[in-house]
Design a protein around this ligand. Sequence first.
Ligand SMILES: Nc1ncnc2c1ncn2[C@@H]1O[C@H](COP(=O)(O)OP(=O)(O)OP(=O)(O)O)[C@@H](O)[C@H]1O
Ligand SMILES: [Mg+2]
Length: 580
Amino acid sequence: MIAFKRLLAFTKGYWLRITIAALASMAVGGMDGAFAYFISPLLKKIFQTQDLTIFKFLPLGIVAIFTLRGLSRYLNDYFMRTATQLVVQDIRNLLYARNMAMGLRFFGSQSTGTLMSRVLNDVIVMQEGMISLILGVFRDGISAAALLGVIFYRNWQLALISFLVIPLTVYPAQKIGKRLKSISRQSQEKMGDIASILQETFSGIKVIKAFSLEQRSIEKFRETNLGYYVFMRKSIKYGNLSTPIMEFITSLGIAAVVWFGGIKVMSGQMSAADFFSFITAMALVYSPIKKLNSSFNDFQRCLGAAERVFEVIDKKPEIVDAPDALPLDLVQGDVDFRNVSFRFGDAWVLRNITLSARRGEIVALVGPSGGGKTTLVSLIPRFYDVTEGVVQVDGHDVRSVKLETLMSQIALVDQETTLFNDTLANNIRYGKPGASDVEVQAAAQAAFAHDFISEMPDGYATNIGDRGVRLSGGQRQRICIARALLKDTPILILDEATSALDTESEQMVQNALNNLMQNRTTFVIAHRLSTILNADRILVLDKGEIVEQGSHEELVSRDGLYKKLYSMQFKNTETETGAD
Ligand SMILES: Nc1ncnc2c1ncn2[C@@H]1O[C@H](COP(=O)(O)OP(=O)(O)OP(=O)(O)O)[C@@H](O)[C@H]1O
Ligand SMILES: [Mg+2]
């Protein structure tokens, strides 16, 4: 019921369309009733008085009624489908916006496929349910009501007899509806699994091919698809179970009518024509009632999907502005961590981190994988909030300033070198929406990306696939660097890609980075020796704690973790760069 009320609230802006649709439905239903009502007196008149003038118009009248009915039906369909489509569009937009508002914990806790499936599939199930409901109430409901009117008008005693059975249908209908609602939820979950597999395999197709996992993926997909079928079968089973049950119960009603009606006609209490009209209406009323029942079932499925959708819409974003948050402007770019500890669930990932970085400084983070480097830098733009301690920007707790203004002071170049399905120019422009072509080019030049972009068939207007498949690793990195350069913020976070580049590419990316890091507070998770040598300070992070810090020379002279990592990781690279 709550889900229904909320769904209703979404239809608010579209009542004009829904009203037109409803009126057109009423016309359809009314014409069905009129047909059943007038057919008897007309026939009576024609055959009793042999009046041929009416008879001549009868075929015309029939065609006219059905034409009008067809027109009304069309109007009804058009306005109802567009109205529900608009509602669904609103829900989709809201879902998308809500997803955007969620923090990274939310995205870490569920698969991309599940999230996609809610926006794509659950919403479609909702639309189907809404269409069924509107059709049910206005078309079939009114058509049934009109026909019922005729039935009662013709002979109320007979009508009562035929509807004595109606209460019998309520219980099975309710039972089945409840069942369908929960099945709908579960089948939508399965649909989410299917979407997850699609998303994973299409984006990881290279790995699948390289490891010859095609067959395994196909098997897995089949299995998941079968899982979906299992729920669909249940849905079909229960959805259609209602038909034979209803048919059986109504057959009892019809049997009673034929029995008692027949007796009345034979005893002369009722005319044969009235009985005929009664039976016509009875026969006609059966179809809308059956449709009403299946509308009810569709609507239960809709509520199942709606619950899932509303769950996401209701989710409170974990990272929001404090009520008294102040805008952060003209940032100097100082970053301080004071006794910061952080955990995911029960597992502590960072312990008691204290550090300060001033503008112009490059702070490099190194350490074993899983040591907490990415997590540490994620606390600055509030991807996560600290569990204990405080992170400050220019002396302000990051939780006390407006998120948007905080973000506008930070540029991020991620390990994943994310590019969007757009032109190269626009991919750079994500750093500063509205930037001019000249600015974009300047950023690309500083990022050493201008030359290879110019060589592309359409230059800056070249569209890259959503995953940027046409670019090399080093080129992708440089586009991301250009994006960060264009954003031009006092604070820079660099999570270097671990993928090894060839020496020339490496040099180019390093040059681009050197340009990027100038005159900012830079946190860099360094995998390149050249970056580390450039750093003012190196923090060695192990199991969430800073175990060593200092310059490269200082750290190498100590016999600690850094020395060990350094000799393992960079010895070869150093000779290579040395030869350069
Ligand atoms: N979303 C998450 N939920 C739960 N645990 C997480 C999450 N993200 C990271 N972790 C855990 O936090 C720890 C630190 O991860 P983090 O990504 O910060 O390491 P890292 O130092 O960046 O490693 P790498 O050098 O491999 O990138 C790891 O043990 C990881 O399993
Ligand atoms: Mg990392």
